[in-house]
Design a protein around this ligand. Structure first.
Ligand SMILES: [Mn+2]
Length: 422
C-alpha cells in the first residue's frame, strides 16, 4: 500500500476551531454538557461495509471511478484510510460470498496492523452463485422446496463460522424472499417456513453473538416481501430468542414512515439490534446519510440517546449501508459518518428531563422549542473536537483532497476498476 502522509491542521484552522467551540459552549450555556457530548462522540464507531468502497450502480448502468479496491485486502486498506481521517470507522462489515477469502489469517493480520476489527457478517441468499446446486429464483429461507431452504440455512451457518474466525459478533440477515404476483405465495406458509429456517440458523449462533434481522417493504419482490416491516421482523426475532434483534435500515421503509417511533418501540421491548444508515426520498435510494432528511436523523438519534441513557449496556450495531453511484465512494462515506455524528451531537444537547416536564404539562410549543433549539445548534465543532482528540484530521474531505488520496489510489491500482457489489 502506498504510504500516505496527512497534512497537519494549520494554525488558522485551530484558532477558528477554538472560536467555534467557545460559541457552542455559549449557545448551550453548560460546559459540562458540551464535554459530555464530546466524550460520547469519541465512543461512537460506525462500521463500513465492504461493498460501499467501490462505485455502485443501478440495473441500468455503472460508472466506475478509478482506484477502487479490487481485493478484500484493498477494501480493508480503504477503511483504514477513512479511519485515519475521521477516527470513527474502525471496523469493516463483510459480505459473504463477495468477500470470501482463502487467506483469512493474512487478512486478520492486516486488519490488526491497521487497528481495524470485523463487524457483523452479512449472508447472501438473494442471488445464485456459480455452480450452486439449487436456485434462489423463488426464494431462499421461505422456499417451498426443503432442499433450497437447507442450502440457504447452510450458507448462513457457514457465514457464522467465517465470522467466528474473524472475530465478528453478529450475523445480519436480509432476505429478498417474497412474491411478485398475487396468489404466488401462501403468506402464512411462507412466513412459517422462514421462521423454521431462521430457527435452525439461530441454533448455530455462538452464545455471545447476535442475529440481526432486516425488513424491507418491496424490492426485489414487488407484490409481497416475507419480512416487509418492523412488526414482522419483531415477531420473528421474538420467537427466535434473546440473541435475535431487529435491524433498522433507514431506506427500508415506505415514504414518510415514522422511523423514530419504530426505534422507540423496538427499544421499549429491547429488540433493537442496530442500524444501516443511508438516506432516501422514495425507497431504498441508498444515498448519503443526512443529505435529504437531517431532521429525521436527529429525531431518530433523540430516541437512541434516551435508549442509551435508560440502558447503559445497550449494545447496538452501527453501519453505513449506502451506494455511491456518481460520487467518490470514500468522500461519500466520510460525509455519511460526519452526518451521523452531527445528528448524534445535536441529540446529546437535548435536555430530556426538561422535555419530559413540558410533555407532561402538554406544553407542545415548548417541546418543539427544546428539540429545535438543539437541532439548530451548529455542533460541527464538537464533532471536530472529538475527532481531533482521537488523532483524526481537522476536515476529512479537505484532507482527502489536499493529500491527493484518490490520485494516489489511482496510480497504485489503476483507472479500471473491478470492484464488486452494488
Ligand atoms: Mn441494509
Amino acid at each position: 500500500m502506498t504510504k500516505i502522509d496527512l497534512n497537519q491542521s494549520t494554525k488558522e484552522e485551530m484558532s477558528k476551531h477554538s472560536r467555534a467551540i467557545s460559541s457552542v459552549v455559549d449557545a448551550v450555556g453548560d460546559e459540562n454538557k458540551v464535554s459530555r457530548a464530546i466524550g460520547k462522540l469519541k465512543q461512537l464507531q460506525i462500521a463500513i461495509p465492504s461493498w460501499a468502497l467501490g462505485t455502485g450502480g443501478t440495473r441500468f448502468g455503472r460508472f466506475p471511478g478509478g482506484g477502487e479496491p479490487s481485493s478484500l485486502a484493498q477494501k480493508i486498506e480503504d477503511v483504514a484510510l477513512l479511519n485515519r481521517l475521521n477516527k470513527s470507522s474502525s471496523s469493516i462489515s463483510l459480505h459473504i460470498p463477495w468477500d470470501k477469502a482463502e487467506n483469512i489469517e493474512e487478512l486478520k493480520k492486516l486488519a490488526k496492523s491497521l487497528d481495524l476489527s470485523f463487524d457483523a457478517v452479512n449472508s447472501n441468499t438473494f442471488q445464485d452463485q456459480p455452480n450452486q446446486s439449487y436456485s434462489y429464483k423463488y426464494g431462499s429461507l421461505c422456499h417451498t422446496d426443503k432442499e433450497v431452504r437447507q442450502l440457504a440455512v447452510n450458507h448462513n451457518k457457514e457465514v457464522i463460522s467465517i465470522g467466528e474466525n474473524l472475530g465478528s459478533k453478529a450475523l445480519t440477515v436480509w432476505l429478498a424472499d417474497g412474491s411478485i404476483f398475487p396468489g404466488q405465495h401462501d403468506f402464512k406458509s411462507a412466513l412459517n417456513r422462514t421462521l423454521d429456517s431462521l430457527s435452525e440458523i439461530y441454533s448455530s449462533l455462538p452464545p455471545d453473538w447476535t442475529m440481526l434481522l432486516e425488513y424491507k417493504p418491496y424490492e426485489p419482490n414487488f407484490y409481497s416481501m416475507v419480512i416487509p416491516d418492523w412488526g414482522t421482523s419483531y415477531l420473528l426475532v421474538s420467537e427466535l430468542g434473546d440473541q435475535a434483534k431487529t435491524l433498522v435500515d433507514l431506506g427500508h421503509h415506505l415514504p414518510n414512515t415514522n422511523i423514530e417511533q419504530i426505534v422507540s418501540t423496538l427499544l421499549f421491548k429491547n429488540k433493537l439490534g442496530g442500524f444501516h444508515f443511508n438516506d432516501s426520498k422514495y425507497g431504498d435510494d441508498d444515498i448519503t446519510v443526512g443529505s435529504l432528511k437531517p431532521y429525521q436523523l436527529f429525531l431518530i438519534f433523540c430516541e437512541l440517546v434516551k435508549g442509551m441513557d435508560d440502558d447503559p449496556n445497550l449494545d447496538l450495531s452501527w453501519m453505513i449501508d449506502a451506494s455511491h453511484n456518481i460520487k467518490d465512494p470514500l468522500e461519500d462515506l466520510l460525509q455519511s459518518v460526519e452526518a451521523i455524528k452531527i445528528a448524534y451531537a445535536q441529540a446529546l444537547l437535548v435536555d430530556y428531563n426538561e422535555l419530559a416536564f413540558y410533555q407532561n404539562r402538554n406544553d407542545i410549543s415548548q417541546c418543539q422549542e427544546i428539540l429545535q433549539e438543539a437541532f439548530r445548534t451548529d455542533v460541527r465543532a464538537l464533532v471536530r473536537e472529538a475527532r481531533l482528540q482521537l488523532g483524526g484530521v481537522y476536515d476529512p474531505i479537505k484532507s482527502f483532497r489536499e493529500n491527493k488520496i484518490r490520485e494516489k489510489l489511482i496510480s497504485e491500482r489503476g483507472v479500471n476498476s473491478k470492484a464488486t457489489g452494488l
